[in-house]
Design a protein around this ligand. Structure first.
Ligand SMILES: *[C@@H]1O[C@H](CO)[C@@H](O)[C@H](O)[C@H]1NC(C)=O
Ligand SMILES: *[C@@H]1O[C@H](CO)[C@@H](O)[C@H](O)[C@H]1NC(C)=O
Ligand SMILES: *[C@@H]1O[C@H](CO)[C@@H](O)[C@H](O)[C@H]1NC(C)=O
Ligand SMILES: *[C@@H]1O[C@H](CO)[C@@H](O)[C@H](O)[C@H]1NC(C)=O
Ligand SMILES: *[C@@H]1O[C@H](CO)[C@@H](O)[C@H](O)[C@H]1NC(C)=O
Ligand SMILES: *[C@@H]1O[C@H](CO)[C@@H](O)[C@H](O)[C@H]1NC(C)=O
Ligand SMILES: *[C@@H]1O[C@H](CO)[C@@H](O)[C@H](O)[C@H]1NC(C)=O
Ligand SMILES: *[C@@H]1O[C@H](CO)[C@@H](O)[C@H](O)[C@H]1NC(C)=O
Ligand SMILES: *[C@@H]1O[C@H](CO)[C@@H](O)[C@H](O)[C@H]1NC(C)=O
Length: 411
């Protein structure tokens, strides 16, 4: 008892001393370049976390958000002096492209675990990112990533758990081999990715979220996608995927969010989707799906989001589903085809009363065409009339002037 008290008494001053140690002056300078006030103890600010080392303390976490200062700069030298950071988060702190680092010093590579830049850094090289080998969380949005191919990133950052690179002009194709055994989250939306989803995607069997929306990916959704049995969220919308919905999706029991909208998927909607008991968000709109919708209202009512519009050859069974559900597709005839033929071959009136997304577009085009040719006819009418009136008027004026001149001459 007495002994432990002595130890405590002995420890207390050391702890308090180490808490009062100054921050490494090089890091103080780096903070100043980020317009962070350093007059008081910088480590007492909520956006910063420092370690307790002596004789100088070092930053371990730096979080900047909603910066109002227009002159933020983070030089390579400043980053180098910040190489004790394991978390760097920049949210809505826009750097000008000249003041934004394009690569990371190797000193940061061993320490950095979490890097987030949303609306902040401007232009980063993928090779430099790939050197951050101990990263577990990477979130980059609204910047430009210079990469020969995305595999550069994946092949080196093998500790990743979450990866978000969106609105980043990332080009190239998805890597064939991704060795990130602990990866649970991938969001590569709104980039310029091309090519197929490699069937080796199945290697990512811990994946819970896969978002590849708004790219230029094509080909069939690989059957092996069903091996991602931990998936909760699959968003492949706004690409050019074709073929049918893979049956293997039925093997993913925990799917909550399935968005395959705005692709060129064809075939019928598989009935097993209605057995997916966790599904809350189902968007299959704007594809080439056809046939009878295999769902009843019990299933549809359970969903928070359900969209199937913009599939011209898809229809619903009137004796199963009520038209009050506003499904944006036509009811089926007895052959399982939409009752009204596609409106592109129809007159205006039927395009008007349909509320189908895709159909509307076609309808609008037709209307546009009609209006343009209408306008042309109208243009001809008034133009001729105006010309005629002008000629008549000017000849009358000419006649009057001639008569006046004549009468003057004749005097
Ligand atoms: C930053 O601004 C957004 C709104 O623009 C706000 O929702 C958010 O809480 C702010 N973050 C911080 C850390 O102040
Ligand atoms: C990653 O961190 C470990 C210690 O956690 C360290 O030994 C290793 O050198 C680091 N890796 C790199 C590439 O710096
Ligand atoms: C990005 O940085 C590189 C130099 O690292 C430069 O050549 C390139 O022009 C920059 N791109 C943009 C879009 O700023
Ligand atoms: C992306 O960053 C640019 C430059 O800072 C900014 O003007 C733009 O609004 C940002 N875009 C989004 C979607 O936030
Ligand atoms: C994966 O995570 C486990 C537990 O969190 C950890 O022990 C292991 O080292 C990680 N593997 C890699 C390659 O990061
Ligand atoms: C799934 O991803 C979408 C983006 O595609 C996002 O809006 C949604 O919140 C995510 N849902 C879940 C449950 O993760
Ligand atoms: C569906 O799309 C695939 C790939 O584009 C094509 O090969 C197939 O013929 C299409 N099937 C139907 C029924 O249209
Ligand atoms: C609706 O469909 C589900 C799944 O196919 C089925 O289990 C359920 O019995 C159906 N409900 C009604 C009222 O038909
Ligand atoms: C519509 O549903 C009824 C009752 O389940 C069934 O008898 C009929 O065959 C279905 N029609 C089509 C076109 O699938």
């Amino acid at each position: 008892m007495k002994q432990s008290l002595t130890i405590l008494l002995f420890l207390l001053p050391t702890i308090s001393i180490s808490l009062c140690e100054p921050l490494d002056p090089k890091q103080v300078k780096a903070l100043q370049s980020l317009n962070i006030p350093t007059t008081k103890d910088p480590c007492s600010q909520p956006s910063l976390v420092c370690d307790t080392s002596t004789p100088l303390r070092h930053l371990t976490t730096l979080q900047l958000s909603n910066c109002t200062s227009p002159h933020l700069s983070l030089s390579f030298a400043a980053l180098k002096s910040l190489s004790t950071l394991n978390t760097l988060l920049l949210l809505n702190c826009p750097f000008t492209s000249t003041a934004s680092p394009t690569r990371f010093p190797s000193q940061l590579a061993s320490t950095l675990r979490s890097l987030t830049s949303v609306n902040s850094l401007r232009n980063i090289s993928a090779v430099s990112l790939s050197h951050l080998r101990n990263l577990t969380h990477l979130t980059l949005s609204n910047l430009t990533i210079k990469a020969s191919a995305p595999y550069v990133l994946f092949s080196h950052i093998s500790n990743l758990q979450t990866l978000t690179i969106s609105h980043a002009s990332l080009a190239g194709s998805l890597p064939k081999h991704i060795h990130s055994p602990n990866l649970t989250y991938i969001d590569l939306s709104s980039n310029n990715l091309r090519g197929n989803i490699p069937s080796s995607i199945t290697m990512l069997d811990t994946l819970q979220v896969l978002i590849l929306s708004s790219n230029q990916l094509k080909g069939e959704i690989p059957y092996s996608i069903g091996d991602l049995i931990s998936l909760k969220n699959l968003s492949l919308d706004s690409n050019s995927f074709s073929g049918s919905l893979p049956d293997s999706l039925s093997a993913i029991p925990g799917l909550v969010h399935l968005d395959l909208s705005s692709n060129q998927l064809n075939g019928t909607i598989p009935a097993f989707i209605s057995q997916m008991s966790n599904l809350k968000h189902l968007n299959l709109a704007n594809n080439l799906l056809r046939g009878v919708l295999p769902f009843n209202s019990t299933f549809i009512d359970k969903l928070q989001v359900f969209k199937v519009g913009g599939n011209g050859n898809l229809c619903y069974n009137r004796s199963v589903l009520s038209s009050k559900l506003k499904l944006d597709i036509a009811p089926c005839d007895k052959f399982g085809r939409p009752v009204s033929p596609p409106p592109s071959k129809q007159k205006r009136s039927s395009a008007d009363d349909s509320s189908r997304d895709g159909d509307y577009d076609e309808g609008d085009y037709d209307d546009g065409g009609a209006t343009v040719s209408h306008k042309k006819e109208h243009h001809h009418g008034p133009n001729k009339l105006v010309l005629g009136v002008a000629i008549a008027l000017s000849s009358m004026v000419f006649l009057v002037v001639f008569l006046i001149l004549c009468s003057k001459c004749c005097r």
